[in-house]
Design a protein around this ligand. Structure first.
Ligand SMILES: Nc1ncnc2c1ncn2[C@@H]1O[C@H](COP(=O)(O)OP(=O)(O)OP(=O)(O)O)[C@@H](O)[C@H]1O
Length: 241
């Protein structure tokens, strides 16, 4: 299997605050990787750099063998940010159509992708409403649909299920697993939800801008003699300090 994302020794500071500190990580194609860690650990900063929205101070990031940031690769990455970047005066459908149009899909593909993405997040019946009338959860769902619109090879989802009801959360996770298993997508998810961590192939636990530990969910539990990821996190943190 080939490497989809290669992160080598990246560091980043904002002013005097060092937010990422020597991160190394290699993510193979077709894997689902979870970034877990407390608020402020650096997860969003890390994913923004993988997407190419920000640059590290040092180190390098390659996505599909191309040095980031790289505009060409953007069509291959579906990114769902933590805060929704939507056109609130437009309808849900108009938002989806706008983002689909950035990727030069033909008319039939565009129609199919909009209907697939809206169906996945259960927004089909709300597509003609203006986004300003959407609830917070509906806006999250629309953001997720937009991340999927161009059928990208890589999905990078920053807390995708926050504010989404439990039933739909299960549906979204089932679809993420299907996209990985059947379509070979590479997926990165940041999450605070430990049940979601268990569904990942690999987990990287992030704290203070560093990766405390990484491995498959079961490997980590065995290594740290833990029955939950909270315990893994605590034990890994104690062993570090
Ligand atoms: N543009 C910026 N300017 C200054 N500081 C920033 C900037 N972006 C992030 N930070 C700081 O970097 C640190 C890491 O933030 P980041 O959003 O990456 O954490 P996180 O792990 O994603 O947290 P959360 O789980 O709450 O989203 C925080 O202390 C944050 O205040």
């Amino acid at each position: 299997m080939s490497v989809s994302i290669e992160i080598e020794n990246i560091s980043k500071s904002f002013g005097k605050k060092q937010v990422l500190n020597g991160i190394h990580l290699s993510i193979e194609e077709g894997n689902l990787y979870g970034f877990i860690g407390p608020s402020g650990a650096g997860k969003t900063t890390l994913v923004k750099m993988i997407v190419g929205m920000d640059k590290p101070d040092s180190g390098s990031i390659k996505v599909l063998n191309k040095q980031m940031p790289n505009l060409e690769i953007l069509k291959d990455i579906g990114y769902m940010a933590q805060s929704d970047a939507l056109y609130t005066t437009l309808t849900g459908k108009e938002n989806l159509t706008f983002f689909a149009s950035l990727y030069k899909l033909n008319k039939a593909e565009m129609k199919y992708r909009i209907s697939y993405a809206a169906g996945l997040v259960n927004l089909t019946d709300e597509l003609n409403k203006k986004v300003s009338a959407y609830s917070g959860g509906m806006k999250r769902r629309l953001s997720l649909a937009i991340a999927l619109i161009q059928n990208p090879k890589i999905l990078i989802l920053d807390e995708p299920t926050v504010g989404i009801d439990p039933e739909l959360k299960i549906g979204i996770w089932n679809e993420l697993l299907r996209l990985k298993n059947e379509e070979g997508k590479t997926i990165i998810v940041t999450t605070h939800v430990m049940e979601e961590a268990q569904k990942c192939d690999y987990i990287a636990m992030v704290r203070d801008g560093r990766i405390l530990t990484r491995g498959t969910p079961d490997e980590l539990k065995t290594l740290y003699h833990a029955s939950t990821f909270d315990e893994v996190f605590l034990h890994a943190g104690r062993m570090e300090t």
